[in-house]
Ligand binder design. Structure first.
Ligand SMILES: Nc1nc2c(c(=O)[nH]1)N[C@H]1C(S)=C(S)[C@@H](COP(=O)(O)OP(=O)(O)OC[C@H]3O[C@@H](n4cnc5c(=O)[nH]c(N)nc54)[C@H](O)[C@@H]3O)O[C@H]1N2
Ligand SMILES: Nc1nc2c(c(=O)[nH]1)N[C@H]1C(S)=C(S)[C@@H](COP(=O)(O)OP(=O)(O)OC[C@H]3O[C@@H](n4cnc5c(=O)[nH]c(N)nc54)[C@H](O)[C@@H]3O)O[C@H]1N2
Ligand code: SF4
Ligand SMILES: [Mo]
Length: 734
């Protein structure tokens, strides 16, 4: 018998008629791929391709980047500003002046009536850096609410907090080039092949060349786990116990790098005393990893010439998120693996410009990692912006997750949402819904008008997206790359920068503060503010960035003047002899006692609910749900469920099931797979009104990031499959 095709037709790539190619950086994930968009003779975007001489992606793109040009004319784009008196009334078309006046007047009214901090502004990791900077200037310098934060609290807050605790500063020390030098890689809670496909390709190429061991810690058999030498299917939320046990073994067997520890760290004795309690036999009972395996991994890691750790949401999104990051840093410091090629602790960031917002948005402080708490920082920024330093708050305001609680309690009355969709992305969405319904005023600024959160808006501001705008983004390895305007905004939609500048005019009547119109000029202003700081970008310009296909910070004016070539893929933040930002130049080793404070399965809710992502979709699918070649892979909500559990529940493959948590319920199709253990299901959070109906999202005490990955549910068989199918079809649209 013959299998497959007997005659092979040559693959034909249809000619899309692209005549001109324009340079940008992909606007989905934080990998930061350089991309070119092809325009046909009418100037319409018809194709996307990777840029061959870009260090990051070397000509490659993933499934999202390759169809990114289709975003420009996708359905649901906002074409006109809209307004209404009450959120439940029908929208009325408006014009820019009226809509912006309304937002301005409501901010002023609410601040006057209830105090400056009663109006909150929530931003994102998905705009361009010049836009973040401008919004920060407007918010901190003119509007003056302290309750200004970003969706990065849902994402990178634990990494930021952990880096600050260990090294006294945010800023990932490593880069992709470290894969080329490492002798051992541990990936904690990261599904690299699906969520950062091109970083995965870089890692895989390096690994195939040099064969270093890959150890994956994830309760699920992800694609990365399938490709690992060792998979550690950890009990959810217990990574810190495994880390402590590994440190126990390292210290008990004298495998630590004592010279490095003595020269570059403080706190060794306290850490030693704490990890003493975590012998592998005891730890194995909590974290579910066999004691001998813990020993093997600890030895492999500590004995490697250079050892590297990466992590993503499996660590950050936990009640021990910040501790997990500190634990990773502890392991790196004990073994002298910071700042050397292949030896690093590299947080893989999430959104395309999650780094840019950390550096420049002023959400948690002031530009370029300056602190509101530091008088000198306040003074410097006030001088540069020509505002009164006393106008700045003396400490940071609420985190995004706390802002919602303050909306519930009535402390916050007004909200301006920019490029984030909390009704889909915050945990326990029925609480979020209620909080939004209770607002006196809400403005939503989004490139799509059909988002869940826009349901509760009084004003809708239609924004441009991605390469309808101009500016830079920073990727996971601190590389700043350029987005050129390739298409114009549809209808009357305008770039976010334009919207901020027009809003600034309304708060800046005496024109005291300058708000440049051009992104390239704003970038130069930022460069001047960055001189001598950790993230010094004073040597960069937009033109130089495009020429180099991205430049990693720091790149200083002095380096430029000295003719030093911009860093092209090997730049590390700290040197092998420390140089950390604490006053004594040393990093901190911090003991991490484990307290089991998660929601865990019990008799009534016996199944772990693990939520996360798929390669083809982006978050709430406002973008990928509209692109056929992305959407077709998973158009409806589904769960990964173990066949043994399905059999016990009497559920067949392809049937719909009802999931019930203490918060609410949701319906999804059962996909039977051994990827998850019998006591866990995995539910992608991309679908409308689904995963976050169920999640509890307890907050990490340091970072205020929600534990999206650990909730308890029960699963019920549904008799009426047709009704469930109809419901599930509704969840695919919004
Ligand atoms: N295609 C696509 N790519 C994306 C995104 C997207 O929406 N779609 N989003 C981007 C963004 S913003 C982010 S933040 C990143 C996220 O990237 P990732 O963090 O890699 O993706 P997730 O699927 O959220 O979670 C990763 C893994 O954490 C595991 N996990 C769950 N609980 C635990 C635990 O207790 N311990 C450990 N060690 N692991 C656990 C899950 O099983 C899951 O496989 O992806 C970015 N890239
Ligand atoms: N259950 C569960 N929930 C999660 C997670 C999880 O793993 N599990 N992960 C969390 C994480 S890591 C993240 S990052 C969040 C993401 O949460 P959100 O930020 O809510 O996710 P997005 O859907 O990306 O929202 C971005 C919004 O901005 C719009 N937008 C895109 N580009 C532009 C632009 O240029 N300008 C403007 N004005 N609008 C734009 C999009 O249309 C979209 O509505 O979700 C979190 N929620
Ligand atoms: S890996 Fe990330 S940056 Fe690269 S093409 Fe895919 S989504 Fe875009
Ligand atoms: Mo994220």
């Amino acid at each position: 018998m013959l299998f497959g095709r007997t005659i092979k037709n040559p693959i034909k790539i249809s000619d899309k008629g692209a005549l001109e190619w324009k340079y940008a950086t992909c606007g989905y994930c934080s990998t930061g791929c350089s991309i070119e968009v092809g325009l046909n003779k009418e100037g319409v975007a018809v194709a996307s391709r990777g840029v061959a001489d870009a260090n990051v992606n070397q000509g490659k793109l993933c499934l999202k980047g390759i169809f990114e040009h289709e975003l420009f004319d996708s359905s649901g784009r906002g074409l006109r500003p809209k307004m209404r008196e009450q959120w439940h009334q029908p929208w009325e078309n408006s014009d820019w002046d009226s809509a912006l006046d309304k937002v301005h007047d409501e901010i002023v009214r609410i601040q006057k009536k209830h105090g400056p901090d009663s109006f909150a502004i929530i931003s994102t990791g998905q705009m361009l850096t010049e836009e973040f900077y401008t919004l920060g200037k407007l918010t901190r310098g003119l509007i003056g609410t302290n309750n200004y934060d970003g969706n990065t609290t849902l994402c990178m807050a634990s990494a930021v907090s952990g880096y600050k605790r260990s090294f006294c500063s945010d800023g990932p020390p490593g880069c992709y080039d470290d894969f080329e030098h490492t002798d051992c890689l541990i990936a904690w809670g990261s599904n690299l092949p699906e969520q950062h496909p091109i970083i995965y390709w870089r890692m895989k190429e390096a690994q195939e060349k040099r064969g270093f061991p890959l150890i994956v810690v994830d309760p699920r058999v992800t694609m990365l786990a399938q490709n690992a030498h060792m998979h550690l299917p950890i009990t959810p939320g217990t990574d810190v116990v495994l880390m402590n046990a590994m440190m126990h073994v390292i210290l008990a067997e004298g495998l630590q790098d004592q010279r490095y520890i003595d020269a570059n760290t403080t706190g060794f004795e306290a850490l030693q005393a704490e990890v003493e309690k975590y012998d592998p036999t005891t730890a194995a009972k909590i974290c579910g990893i066999d004691e001998d395996r813990i020993r093997v991994v600890a030895r492999l890691f500590a004995n490697a010439g250079a050892a590297m750790q990466i992590w993503t949401m499996g660590i950050n999104q936990s009640t021990h998120g910040s501790d997990g990051v500190v634990g990773i840093n502890n392991l790196a410091l004990l073994s002298g693996n910071i700042g050397k090629p292949g030896g690093t602790s590299l947080s893989i960031t999430g959104q395309c410009n999650a780094m840019g917002t950390r550096e420049w948005s002023s959400c948690s402080g002031l530009p370029n990692y300056r602190y509101l708490e530091n008088p000198q920082d306040r003074q410097e920024v006030a001088k540069a912006w020509n505002v009164d330093p006393e106008f700045f708050p003396k400490k940071r305001g609420m985190f995004q997750t706390d802002i919602y609680h303050a909306m519930e309690s009535g402390q916050i009355k007004g909200l301006w949402l920019i490029a984030t969709n909390p009704l889909s992305s915050l945990p326990n969405s029925s609480r979020v819904r209620k909080a939004m319904q209770g607002l006196e005023f809400c403005a939503v600024q989004d490139c799509y008008e059909d988002t869940e959160s826009a349901q509760y808006a009084h004003v809708y501001l239609p924004a441009g997206t991605w390469a309808e705008k101009e500016g830079v983004m920073t990727n996971t390895e601190r590389r700043i790359n350029l987005v050129n305007p390739i298409s114009t905004c549809p209808g009357e939609a305008r770039p976010d920068l334009w919207i901020f500048n027009r809003m600034a005019e309304r708060f800046n009547l005496d024109k005291k503060v300058s708000f440049p119109e051009k992104a390239a000029d704003i970038f130069l202003e930022m460069g001047a503010l960055s001189k001598g700081r950790l993230a010094d970008i004073s040597g960069m310009t937009h033109a130089l960035i495009e020429k180099n296909r991205g430049i990693q910070w720091p790149y200083t004016d002095a380096q430029l003047q000295a003719g030093e070539v911009p860093p092209a893929g090997g730049k590390r933040l700290y040197t092998e002899d420390g140089s950390f930002r604490y006053a004594n130049g040393k990093a901190k080793l911090i003991p991490l006692p484990f307290i089991d404070n998660n929601e865990v399965p019990d008799e009534k809710f016996p199944i772990w609910l693990n939520t996360g992502r798929l390669i083809e979709h982006w978050h709430g699918r406002t973008k990928t749900g509209k692109i056929g070649n992305n959407n077709k892979y998973s158009p409806i909500p589904f769960i990964e469920i173990n066949p043994d559990l399905a059999a016990e529940l009497g559920v067949q493959a392809g049937e719909y099931v009802r999931m019930v948590s203490r918060r609410s319920d949701a319906v999804a199709m059962a996909q039977l797979t051994q990827r998850v253990p019998k006591n866990m299901v995995f539910l992608p959070f991309h679908f409308h009104d689904c995963a976050n109906r169920l999640t509890l999202g307890l907050l990490d005490p340091h970072s205020r990031q929600p534990a999206y990955k650990q909730s308890a549910i029960r699963i019920e068989r549904i008799e009426d499959q047709q009704a469930a199918a109809r419901l599930s079809m509704e969840m695919r649209t919004f």
